[in-house]
Design a protein around this ligand. Structure first.
Ligand SMILES: CC(C)(COP(=O)(O)OP(=O)(O)OC[C@H]1O[C@@H](n2cnc3c(N)ncnc32)[C@H](O)[C@@H]1OP(=O)(O)O)[C@@H](O)C(=O)NCCC(=O)NCCS
Length: 125
């Protein structure tokens, strides 16, 4: 069985308020969870505020249903001067599932910023 890549960064349960017109979970909601999870990993790595500058890849692989446990895994795959490229995977588990399944993946780029919102080095003194 394939396993999630990266470290657990965020976990929640998909709620009825998070659905689209089909009654399944809205993709934008999922992206915001991925963004938040990547940001948590990025801010710990940079030890500063971070902002999303780009989403370089985003794939929705399977539908997500109300009541699923939604789990985001993050792995920093590249550190530039001020940027961090973070591989994200989302896995879900429902009460009916025997094992978690990967439902989305993406690559997010974050930039470390100072108190004025200007880029600053990820690795500082
Ligand atoms: C992110 C931000 C601080 C970058 O400022 P900037 O003056 O353009 O910074 P730079 O051109 O020096 O780029 C900073 C880093 O981002 C990288 N970067 C910039 N644009 C990028 C893009 N489109 N894709 C990938 N990386 C990018 C640069 O390569 C650089 O990385 P490095 O220092 O590791 O080499 C600025 O664009 C900003 O505040 N954007 C809004 C962010 C935001 O609000 N996000 C949430 C949206 S809701």
């Amino acid at each position: 069985m394939t396993k999630p890549r990266g470290e657990l960064a965020y976990q929640t349960v998909a709620m009825p308020a998070d659905t689209n017109a089909n009654g399944d979970i809205f993709g934008g909601w999922l992206v915001s969870r991925m963004d938040m999870a990547a940001g948590i990993i990025g801010r710990y790595r940079a030890k500063s505020r971070v902002v999303t500058v780009a989403i370089e890849k985003l794939l929705f692989l399977k539908r997500v249903y109300v009541g699923d446990t939604v789990t985001c895994y993050a792995e920093i795959i590249k550190v530039g001067r001020t940027s961090m490229t973070i591989n994200m995977e989302v896995w879900t588990l429902s009460l009916q599932d025997e094992s978690p399944k990967k439902v989305a993946e993406g690559i997010f780029v974050f930039v470390a910023i100072d108190d004025h919102g200007k880029p600053q080095a990820v690795d500082r003194e």
